[in-house]
Design a protein around this ligand. Structure first.
Ligand code: DMJ
Length: 625
């Protein structure tokens, strides 16, 4: 021992006289200490899941297992809702880490309104009773100078009350829904009748620019049509119908038949040529198909616009990634250098509602009966050009492939992450020339950069659409390009440090906001195809939610999905109650209380029953379809 001490002393003496060597030794000791500390506190990359069940092929699982899983979702709902009741009531949302609250949607308790119908579906009678009392007491008031955001208030509050009314027939809900709609009504004071961004429900003052955002001005048709049905009031019907008329008579020649993002609320015309499947547009596209379904398949014009929109999305905004051949849907945004719009290759979590919507259309529409749908006017050059692009394919096939391919990519964006939860936004690579791999438009006769590019190194100018055609000609065995299961690519810590490229995309926003879109689509794919793999994926997502987002009081968004365990954020959005947990629950239960041909879910997953107008209503409302 004393020999070691002596040795150390001698070393220290010699270092005192050699400052360079001393600094080097001190530096090395410091760095090693830091490295070891980091190893202790840094998150590991290993995927954490429940070790509760060994893996069984999902199609072999009896319904009793799925029933238990549905029960688990119900418990999760109760855990989160009780947390809100304990720490956040009567405010909007619980902050599930600090156990405080935030008032980000008017302060009327949006969590209750969004969660009501899920409580009814889950038969959570005690919670529902307490929630109903809250609804009855709310006065929908805001201080002067504050404005209720119209779109969010409609889809969450109005939609929540109306769907709970549809399920329970509690008269309070209808009375409060009608009261809220009346207080919001000044938003329709624009010259066109398209809604302003916001309104003060007490003073009637409105707020918002003259240029409106598509999702915010054209996602009210379902709520107001159903409200008209249950209240018998023509004014509600007219509000919905005016929006439908405006979007139906607009000219979409410059946008390939699809509604652009920005609208002039003065004259009710499209303002630009930006196109999006996700942010700022999503629910407006969704409401085209859903309005047709809600009106018992009578509103033919909404159907036709939906078909033209889907065609544009498929032929212009869907792309295949270079090496994994993942199908994704992107947007066209204004270019910084010219007046034209350019493909961004962004893929948003928000767009993951689209595979579910397409699957719903596959189930409910006579997609191959082009004459019945009459969606393309062959004498109209722009519409004829759109129709030509998919000629030779069965529309039903193409919509189903798109639904499956996109749902696969949405699911992979979760499975690729060490948390098993997906990022909010990705950016796809278009070309990987060093690997001889090019991405390109799925059905477009041109690729990302606008010119024809080879599909593979040896492809010599082959385009994806040609690959699709030759796949079809050669007997259509297996699945077409862009469709079919792919293996997840989970990066290790080292992969991330050295900048790996194996996924075909980089992550632009790596948070997970407890959003519903992917589980929404998994639910619809499961219902429409009956394939248990979709149901199984929903369960894996629920497992990951339990492992990575649960807190003692609720569930928390993640700041990043890229390290395991996930890094939590102090936020639990109300749509987690309305949508995420509802879709998971509906995916696992056996007999559905909401058959797809009898119920239509609004964009916040609030279900309304399909409407049959009586002769008297048709006449009084002047129903034109
Ligand atoms: C929900 O509030 C609605 O689905 C809306 O239409 C857009 N997305 C959010 C949740 O992600």
């Amino acid at each position: 021992m004393s020999m070691y001490r002596h040795q150390l002393y001698r070393t220290w003496l010699s270092l005192r006289h050699r400052p360079q060597l001393r600094n080097w030794v001190y530096g090395t000791v410091m760095l090693s200490t830091l490295y070891f500390l980091y190893q202790f506190i840094s998150p590991s990359d290993s995927r954490q899941t429940f070790p509760l069940e060994s893996y069984v092929e999902p199609e072999l699982l009896p319904q009793s297992v799925w029933d238990n899983r549905a029960e688990r979702v119900k418990k999760a709902f109760q855990h989160a809702y009780h947390g809100w009741e304990q720490y956040a009531a009567p405010h909007d949302e619980l902050k599930p880490i600090s156990n405080t609250y935030q008032d980000n949607f008017n302060g009327w308790g949006v969590t209750v309104f969004d969660g009501l119908d899920t409580m009814a579906l889950m038969k959570l009678d005690h919670e529902y009773k307490r929630a109903l009392k809250h609804v009855e007491d709310v006065e929908f008031k805001l201080e002067e100078g504050k404005y209720a955001p119209y779109f969010e208030t409609v889809i969450r509050y109005l939609g929540g009350m109306l769907s709970a009314y549809a399920l329970t027939e509690d008269p309070i809900l209808l009375r409060k829904a009608d009261e809220l709609a009346r207080k919001l009504d000044p938003v329709f004071g624009t010259p066109s009748g398209l809604p302003y961004y916001g309104v003060n429900p007490d003073t009637g003052a409105t707020q918002g620019p003259a240029i409106g955002i598509l999702a915010e001005i054209a996602s009210l048709q379902l709520e107001y049509t159903y409200l008209a049905k249950v209240t018998g009031k023509k004014e509600h019907f007219d509000r919905a119908q005016n929006v439908i008329n405006i979007i139906n008579r607009a000219n979409y020649d410059k946008t390939g038949g699809m509604m652009p993002i920005r609208w002039n609320t003065t004259d009710g015309t499209p303002f630009d040529q930006s196109l999006s499947a996700g942010a700022q547009a999503d629910s407006a596209h969704e409401y085209l198909l859903k309005q047709y379904l809600l009106t018992a398949k009578r509103d033919q014009e909404s159907l036709q616009l939906y078909i033209r929109t889907a065609t544009q999305l498929i032929t212009e905004l869907m792309y295949i990634s270079p090496t994994r051949h993942l199908l994704y849907v992107t947007d066209k945004v204004p270019s910084r250098t010219s007046h034209t719009a350019q493909i961004s290759h962004r893929f948003e979590h928000l767009s993951c509602f689209l595979p579910g919507l397409l699957a719903l259309g596959v189930q409910e529409l006579p997609l191959d009966d082009i004459d019945f749908m009459d969606a393309f006017d062959k004498d109209h050059p722009a519409q004829r050009a759109q129709w030509e692009k998919l000629r030779g394919f069965s529309l039903r096939d193409v919509h189903l492939w798109a639904a499956q391919g996109l749902a696969q990519t949405c699911w992979l964006s979760y499975a690729d992450m060490p948390t098993g939860l997906g990022p909010d936004e990705m950016l796809f690579y278009t070309n990987m020339p060093e690997q001889g791999a090019w991405g390109g438009g799925w059905f477009a006769p041109k690729t990302a950069a606008g010119g024809a590019r080879p599909m593979t190194r040896t492809g010599g100018g082959t385009l994806w659409v040609d690959a699709l055609r030759s796949w079809k000609r050669s007997g259509a065995r297996g699945v077409p390009p862009g469709v079919g299961d792919k293996t997840p690519v989970v990066y290790s810590k080292e992969d991330r440090v050295r900048g790996a490229f194996g996924r075909d995309y980089s992550i632009k926003k790596d948070e997970y906001l407890l959003r519903p879109e992917t589980v929404e689509s998994l639910y619809l794919l499961w219902k429409v195809t009956g394939e248990a793999r979709w149901r199984d994926r929903a369960w894996r997502i629920f497992e990951a939610i339990e492992v990575h987002t649960k807190t003692p009081a609720g569930y928390a968004s993640l700041r990043t999905v890229q390290t395991s365990p996930g890094v939590k954020d102090d936020d639990m959005p109300s749509y987690f109650f309305a949508e995420t947990l509802k879709y998971l629950y509906l995916t696992f239960i056996g007999d559905t209380p909401l058959p797809l041909d009898k119920w239509v879910l609004n964009t916040e997953a609030h279900p309304f029953p399909v409407i049959q107008w009586t002769a008297e209503e048709r006449e009084r409302f002047r129903v034109g379809y």
